[in-house]
Design a protein around this ligand. Structure first.
Ligand SMILES: [Zn+2]
Length: 220
């Protein structure tokens, strides 16, 4: 999610100002950043993790109509989803990136967790944090605005991915396991920081709803 934001902002900055169409919609960027891993939930339907949802061509086809309607504005959103497997997964694992033209898995396979993985995830989080402060997104995402309710979607996706491993583990041994390896502890720490930020942003969105309700109930 952090890298999706970094890549999307970088691509957005390359688009001519007249074609950018305003600020990026951050909840969508964050969700797109993890969307390829939706294949995890379809394992019992025979969908193999890191297969077609991790293919560049699959997403090019999905985005073709979006591009036809929204033009260059849509490219940062495509970048958010493509970086998931063409950057992140390609470095730490192997993915079927050229499907349907090749069913081979490509990747540097550094491992997860590994030093490179922890370094990448932490660097992504720090970069995203730096950008979000300077481009004004932090102020918008922490303001009492009902748009921020949608930040609860990436929050839920993040929690779901963190608890994914709890399907085979009960929670207490899972939490204990996190402390057995420094790399895992660091990764969980990164995830908790991001989760806290998403939760606060979402709660600010809910507060906007509450305020609106309080205002309307006061009017006679
Ligand atoms: Zn993935």
């Amino acid at each position: 999610m952090a890298w999706a934001y970094v890549w999307a902002v970088a691509v957005w900055a390359l688009i001519p100002i007249s074609k950018r169409g305003g600020k990026l919609f951050v909840p969508a960027i964050l969700m797109l950043g993890v969307l390829p891993d939706i294949d995890l939930f379809f394992g019992n339907l025979g969908v193999v993790h890191h297969s077609f949802t991790h293919s560049i061509f699959f997403w090019l086809v999905i985005f073709a109509p979006v591009f036809a309607v929204y033009g260059l504005k849509s490219v940062p959103y495509l970048a958010a989803v493509v970086q998931h497997f063409a950057f992140g997964d390609l470095l730490v694992d192997k993915v079927m990136i050229l499907w349907p033209f090749s069913s081979s898995y490509f990747g540097l396979n550094f491992g997860m967790p590994s030093i490179l993985d922890v370094a990448l995830e932490t660097a992504g989080l720090l970069l995203a944090a730096g950008i979000i402060v300077f481009n004004g997104d932090l102020r918008r995402l922490l303001s009492v605005n009902k748009r921020n309710i949608l930040m609860l979607l990436p929050f839920l996706a993040l929690i779901a991915s963190m608890l994914w491993f709890a399907v085979d583990w009960s929670l207490i041994p899972l939490i204990a396991y996190v402390w057995t390896r420094k790399s895992l502890t660091a990764l969980v720490f990164d995830h908790l920081i991001l989760a806290a930020f998403l939760a606060i942003s979402g709660i600010q969105g809910l507060r906007a709803l509450g305020r609106k309700h309080a205002l309307t109930s006061k009017t006679p």
